[in-house]
Design a protein around this ligand. Structure first.
Ligand code: PRX
Length: 630
């Protein structure tokens, strides 16, 4: 079998108290999975039936490889489900959003009714600026309630939001604004990070040069005295909101109308604009929040991601709000003012569901268990992980030190493209350190060889999804070829780009990427993206980057650089190049090592063989190098 390899598997497992499963929404995994297999359409229709629709669907699913339509012809608005449904029910005075600023005193709370009203006003403010259904709005904001308000306001009026993480630099922001054709950019004067101000608006100023579609910039002004707004183009967030009408009926959206675009790194070329649509995405994120995170009305849900990533879209905003949860958001980072801050927040707000990334867990391990031990973490009920493999050591620490050997650990595997959780160990089922778990009910996943044949337990291969699911991406913005590739690499299966292995019980361990994507501290970066940032520096003729294992970040970036004639290698030039990448893409893309070289390994057709560089760097066998030119 081609494309496979052997993996030694650990056998250890933990079983949570049976009450977890007995009291969960999902109940037994096997029974739920069987219910799904017996009648997949009924399975999804039953879940969709828990939500509000203006018009029901004619068909649950229409599938013409590789194009899917879910809940055909149904009409809905996702914000009617995230807000109106609760604001009109006994949840109206329930806390929807708790925000915690960097200063331990600063705290804001919004009930469902209050959040609903703010979203309606801001939605009208956007309409007053000329935003209409189908227009694209780019958000480049810190993690404050206004970020959530702006995002939901877009969805309310049918504008497509494209959120760009506030850590990206001007060139990355510009590329995303241009590709999406954004009409409006919403930003803030500053974000706060480790006691310092990060000037977001300044980056927007640079990013909108050569972005002709942008008509207005909306600025949330947080500092005093207020940042001055200059051009005709700039308006104040609060002012336009106050001037707008208070009531805004939700735009009636078709099931397959786009809801948002979110950029993710690709193996080659610029980042891909992943397009998600209204109904399927809503059903998928609602389902997984309620039945996988097992969300109950008295839960306090804290997902430590940023809304700029899919994790934030799905599990800070849409899923939890559709399920009527209390959501905690915060601008704080894990180690400022000290490494106890996250645990004080858990204790202060009685967080019950905590969802973070392995890189953060490894950072907490390094700080030491004295920090969480200073706090009472008894409120925690479930703890989750996402973004990269949760290695067994990190699992053990998380399970014992944070979860008190009591909380189920949900290591959730999924992607920007999948929109929702796909593989995890559901609440109350046996957990195996190192394994994400089984495909959740509703998902058909497998590990296969390069021809698509299932491989035996213990044999590594490619992770695929065999059937469409509601929250699957519908398109890559402006690039159908790249979309089709997901479903054609292995005929008729969705190829995730990850390597994985199954055990005898069908539990899946995700081993990492099979392509040139590097996951640094849980953030996806394409080698091509970093290389093109390097080459845009005047000193660089050519470059190749690889991922190298890193104890904290999972992977770190190493760059090989060929200098142009007239430039000499120096430590100063290394720092300059690092800074250049930081300014163009952002701090997450900074190489941690740079080597100046005279040549790069290439195929005869001129393609850089990063695999060879990597093998050399790590002292391993490079595999087949017959296509190597020199
Ligand atoms: O390689 C997998 C890794 O993150 C990739 C998806 O990245 P992104 O689209 O940025 O979404 C991240 C948040 C959903 C996957 O292809 N990945 C994500 N979760 C896990 C993971 N790898 C191992 N275990 C996970 N739980």
């Amino acid at each position: 079998m081609s494309g496979t390899f052997d993996v030694p598997l650990e056998k250890k497992s933990y079983r949570p108290d049976p009450s977890y499963r007995d009291q969960s929404w999902l109940g037994s995994y096997d029974e739920a999975y069987k219910r799904f297999l017996d009648d997949p359409e009924k399975f999804w229709a039953d879940i969709a039936g828990e939500l509000d629709w203006y018009r029901p669907w004619d068909a649950v699913r229409e599938w013409e490889l590789p194009y899917a339509r879910w809940f055909t012809n149904a009409k809905l608005n996702i914000t009617a489900n995230c807000l109106d449904r609760h604001a009109a029910s006994e949840r109206r005075n329930k806390v929807a959003l708790i925000w915690r600023g960097e200063d331990e005193e600063v705290e804001r709370v919004l009930t469902y009714r209050q959040l609903h009203r703010k979203v309606m006003r801001f939605a009208n403010a956007l309409r007053d600026l000329g935003v209409r259904k189908g227009d694209t709005v780019c958000l480049y904001m810190p993690l404050v309630p206004e970020h959530i308000i702006a995002l939901l306001a877009c969805a309310r009026i049918g504008a497509v939001h494209s959120i760009v993480y506030g850590g990206f630099g001007a060139a990355a922001l510009n590329a995303r604004i241009r590709d999406a054709g954004a009409k409006i950019v919403i930003t803030a004067d500053v974000g706060y990070r480790r006691g310092k101000r990060v000037a977001l608006k300044t980056i927007v100023d640079e990013a909108v040069v050569n972005a002709p579609t942008v008509e207005k910039i909306v600025v949330l002004r947080r500092t005093s005295p207020s940042l001055e707004l200059f051009s005709e183009m700039e308006v104040d967030f609060e002012e336009i909101m106050e001037a707008a009408d208070p009531y805004c009926e939700p735009e009636v959206m078709d099931a397959e109308d786009p809801l948002f675009i979110l950029y993710t790194s690709g193996t080659t070329g610029p980042p891909k604009g992943i397009v998600h649509t209204c109904a399927g995405y809503m059903v998928g994120t609602y389902y997984t929040t309620k039945y996988i995170f097992d969300m109950k009305d008295n839960d306090v849900h804290w997902c430590t991601a940023d809304p700029g990533w899919i994790t934030g879209h799905s599990y800070i905003v849409y899923g939890p709000l559709a399920a009527g949860a209390t959501v905690l958001i915060t601008e704080v980072v894990p180690d400022y003012p000290d490494p106890g801050i996250f645990w004080r927040i858990v204790e202060d707000f009685g967080v019950t569901i905590f969802y973070t990334a392995p890189t953060a867990i490894r950072m907490f391990m390094r700080f030491g268990e004295e920090w969480p031990q200073k706090c009472n973490l008894d409120s925690l009920r479930l703890i989750g992980s996402v973004g990269e493999p949760l290695n067994p050591e990190a699992f053990e620490w998380y399970y014992h030190t944070i979860g008190g050997a009591r909380c189920p650990v949900l290591d959730t595997w999924w992607q920007t493209e999948t929109g929702m959780h796909m593989i995890t160990t559901t609440v109350g089922e046996k957990m195996k350190p190192g394994f994400a778990g089984r495909p959740i009910p509703g998902v058909v996943a497998d590990v296969v060889d390069s021809e698509g044949a299932s491989v035996a337990p213990g044999t590594g291969g490619l992770l695929v999804i065999k059937e469409p699911w509601p929250s699957m991406m519908r398109a890559v913005h402006n690039n159908d070829e790249r979309y089709r590739k997901y479903w054609s690499t292995i005929d008729s299966y969705y190829t995730a780009g990850d390597l994985a292995v199954k055990d005898e019980d069908g539990y899946i361990m995700v081993l990492g990427r099979s392509d040139d994507i590097i996951i640094v501290a849980g953030h996806n970066l394409g080698t091509a993206e970093v290389e093109s940032a390097l080459v845009s520096h005047e000193a660089v003729a050519e470059s190749a980057v690889i991922g190298k294992p890193d104890v904290m970040k999972g992977q770190a970036i190493k760059a090989f650089v060929i200098l142009r004639e007239g430039f000499k290698p120096s430590e100063k030039l290394k720092s300059e190049l690092t800074y250049h990448v930081r300014m163009s893409i952002g701090p997450i893309a900074m190489p941690s090592e740079i080597d100046f070289v005279d040549s790069l390994p290439k195929t005869r057709s001129g393609k850089i063989m990063r695999r060879v560089l990597k093998a050399k760097e790590l002292g391993i066998d490079p595999g087949d190098i017959s296509t190597l030119e020199e």
